[in-house]
Design a protein around this ligand. Structure first.
Ligand code: RUB
Length: 308
């Protein structure tokens, strides 16, 4: 009985992630972890967690923060499996709680570190909607720094509207541009820095983020503008250390054009890959690093997974 109820809870989280009611790489990782914590609270055993973990991981394929979060909780469950029922539950709830707290703290730590690289009078450009980027900008603003932001619309889902709304609410000057205006904006508006989030960072420093990010990075390189990625280390990919290729999600063509001619094909990849050579710095909760340093962090942070 309990199992049925908790599984339907997990299913509703899966639906929320699939339909993008819950979106953004950190948010989906934290939401998945919270739903697994709820499962444990309601009496879920290891098999229940494994089943739920599979469902959660299948919700969206590209952001590695989701499998990283689920797999770490399954690792914690295995680690505690020698304990009796009550003790197992108590220990696992503590461990998951600490893990969730760490993910939430990392956002705050990046905000602090990232805000230090924003200078007075900076002109910034961002793509899509990243909680991590927004937190950096809000922190810099709260420190009294004066800067302006250009935000791309981010077709087809228009997450740029969320970005502009959040920045306006925070009192940060922001201008909306269409995606294809990114390059000319960098030139005519004298953009100083491009700041984006990430869904996955591979061990070689390649960055997977919202479709269009790699074009923005190419334009930034053309104009000699710093291209900065703000990312929690939960989005680093231990799987890429083992040679796995990041699966790029393809979404429904209706997102691009609902009333299109029936014979028209539409290709709608949701993410793309920016080569590490286009990335100037990566801002993480562990500090600022070059993309080449990601390898070392993955080796240390995900040693529990790489050993398995
Ligand atoms: C969102 C997106 C964001 C990253 C990082 O894509 O690409 O840049 O997920 O976000 P979608 P955050 O809208 O398809 O989820 O910094 O919030 O984790």
């Amino acid at each position: 009985m309990v199992k049925k109820i908790v599984l339907s809870d997990v299913d509703s989280v899966v639906n929320d992630i699939k339909s993008m009611r819950v979106r953004g790489a950190l948010n989906i990782a934290v939401t998945a972890a919270k739903s697994m914590k709820k499962l444990v609270k309601e009496g879920g055993v290891i098999e229940t967690l494994q089943d739920a973990g599979q469902r959660l991981k299948s919700a969206r394929p590209t952001a590695v923060s989701l499998p990283n979060s689920v797999d770490y909780i399954l690792y914690l469950a295995e680690k505690n499996s020698h304990l009796g029922d009550e003790e197992f539950r108590k220990q696992l709830l503590d461990d998951i709680g600490r893990f969730i707290q760490e993910m939430e703290n990392s956002l705050d730590e990046i905000a602090e570190i990232g805000s230090n690289i924003i200078r007075d009078d900076d002109v910034l450009l961002t793509h899509c909607n990243s909680d991590t980027v927004i937190e950096i900008l809000k922190r810099a603003h709260s420190k009294g720094k004066k800067f302006t932001v250009y935000a791309t619309e981010t077709r087809p889902r228009m997450q740029g509207h969320i970005t502009t709304g959040e920045l306006l609410d925070a009192g940060i000057p922001v201008t909306l541009i269409v995606d294809s205006a990114a390059c000319i904006t960098m030139e005519t508006k004298k953009v100083d820095k491009v700041l984006v989030g990430a869904d996955t960072v591979c061990v070689d420093g390649d960055v997977v983020n919202k479709i269009g990010t790699s074009q923005v990075a190419l334009c930034a390189r053309k104009h000699g503008i710093d291209f900065i990625v703000a990312v929690e280390s939960i989005k680093f990919s231990p799987q890429s250390m083992m040679g796995s290729i990041v699966k790029i999600e393809e979404r429904n063509p209706d997102e691009v054009w609902r009333d299109r001619p029936s014979i028209l094909g539409v290709y709608n990849p949701a993410f793309d890959i920016t080569d590490a050579s286009m990335v100037d710095i990566v801002v993480t909760e562990l500090g600022i690093m070059p993309p080449e340093a990601v390898y070392q962090v993955v080796k240390e942070k995900f040693s529990w997974e790489l050993r398995q």
